[in-house]
Design a protein around this ligand. Structure first.
Ligand code: JF8
Length: 258
């Protein structure tokens, strides 16, 4: 890994096999191969001490299910980072965490090192949250069986922001006025497929009108599908690019104009 631009991510999990393959393909594989990203997956059981390598125990106070013991997490952190003073950004993936959004992803992407802690069963002993976590993050309001899928989401979202991982087109676009809006519709060949035509404006060669059409599609789609994002974008941008469209069903008038 390069010292200046690379990121080093450690993952603590009871299921290291979950990440097999993930780091070999596509964007993540390329980032690893080009030295921009290093990911070390660690089996939490490495830091258990009993012959059965027990990582969980019954919850104090009773109740169904098991809780991950604190000792293996603390031992792992001490083994991986030595002095407790020099610890990296440590993210516990948990349904009760802050909802992950792109601002948080950008923030995490500025770290040189990340440690991702994955729980299972009923979760992780609270003392791990208190003493080791710098961040508690949830990827959405639905129930997973453990933190691994959420950790994979964090790794992918962060990696695509690392300098050199993606093309410059994308980076420029992320900073543009369209930041915070949903994507506009994309088409490729053929121009007509099973009776469905690519909007004529996209084939007109008029880059100004194409850009205006795309912006309007993004704005309108966001307003209809994600009013929460739309309100935030309007506040952030002053609604600069937001001339109101007529209601649903009138979108075709754009295309007819060509
Ligand atoms: C878990 C450990 C999660 N958005 C999310 N839904 N569910 C989870 C999650 C995370 C960790 C554990 N069950 C046991 C669920 C996140 N992040």
């Amino acid at each position: 890994m390069t010292g200046s631009t690379g990121m080093h991510i450690d993952v603590l999990t009871l299921f290291p096999a979950y990440f097999t393959g993930l780091l070999d393909v596509s964007l993540l594989g390329r980032a690893v191969d080009s030295g921009l990203l290093r990911v070390d997956i660690h089996d939490l059981r490495t830091w258990t001490t009993d012959p059965h390598r027990t990582a969980d125990d019954m919850p104090y106070g009773g109740g169904a299910g098991m809780v991950l013991k604190p000792e293996p997490f603390f031992a792992a952190v001490e083994a991986l980072y030595g002095a407790v003073e020099s610890r990296p950004r440590t993210v516990v993936l948990t349904p009760r965490g802050d909802l992950l959004d792109q601002a948080r992803v950008r923030d995490l992407a500025t770290s040189e090192r990340l440690l991702l802690l994955c729980g299972r069963y009923e979760g992780i002993d609270e003392r791990v949250h208190e003493a080791l976590a710098t961040d508690e993050i949830s990827i959405g309001d639905y129930v997973l069986a453990g933190g691994e899928a959420a950790a994979a989401v964090v790794i992918e979202a962060v990696t695509r922001l690392l300098p050199g991982v993606m093309g410059n087109d994308r980076s420029a676009m992320d900073e543009s006025h369209a930041d915070g809006l949903l994507e506009y519709p994309q088409y490729t060949r053929p121009a007509s497929y099973r009776g469905m035509d690519v909007p004529a404006i996209l084939r007109s060669g008029d880059h100004g009108r194409v850009a205006a059409w795309r912006t309007r599609q993004s704005v309108e789609r966001t307003r209809r599908v994600r009013p929460d994002l739309y309100a935030r974008w309007e506040r952030a941008s002053g609604g600069s690019a937001a001339p109101r469209l007529p209601e649903d069903g009138d979108e075709g008038s754009d295309d007819a104009a060509d």
